[in-house]
Design a protein around this ligand. Sequence first.
Ligand code: C5P
Length: 253
Amino acid sequence: MKNISNSDAAARLIFALDAAGLDEAQRWIALLSGHVGMFKVGKELFTAAGPEIVGKIKQSGSRVFLDLKFHDIPHTVARAAEAAVKMNVDMFNVHAAGGEKMIADAVYAAAACAGKQGIPRPVVLAVTVLTSLNDADLAQIGFEKTTDELVVQLARLAHKAGASGVVASPRDIAALRNELGDDFIIVTPGIRDASQPAADDQKRTMGAFDAMAAGADYIVVGRPIRQAADPLEACRRITEEIARGLDAGKRRP
Ligand code: C5P
């Protein structure tokens, strides 16, 4: 297996662009373009800044993960998927709990729309169980399975419906890899410096090295970069960890 270069490794680093508005977001784009593989635009920033933020990221030459976690009737989600493709996002996600038809219709609509536009089809990911929910929360909303069981069940459903992968917490990576093989994409948030205890709301954390070695394809990192004294240096450190983790996990570059 060849050694993984730093540019291959940086492509696996998704920066959570959790900014309050366009100005702050643009400062991060200017600083980090070329140093991270993708910018993740979530509900806060997209609601505040709209599609313009996606255009700004694409103009900088970077890739976009639109993290809006679509969950609605299949027809509505399919139309939202088309709107995402028309913005030329590289990755977007839906809630697996929306059901097989909703996921499949989103995948189909995205592929068909990309074909019409003559652009590459985006990666469609499914969100399984939000990491803010524990077994008691699931019971309260009427699910009988544990979070671990439901994560695997929903990932299987997403796979069957044609999704390209899932967003998964670090502790689910091994089980999902085992269950769904190497070709299913796993994107993992909750990454923290392995040498320091988490000082924020992320409870089930893992270092970048361990997440990649366990089988993640991409990691999502926000605060460890945003709150670093030197964000570029933090990116470089994380990228090196990714490269070493890919090597250790013997996953394809
Ligand atoms: O700042 P931090 O590194 O915790 O950012 C992680 C990002 O990943 C945030 O944008 C958060 O909303 C997102 N995320 C997460 N856990 C999930 C899904 C998404 O932390 N299960």
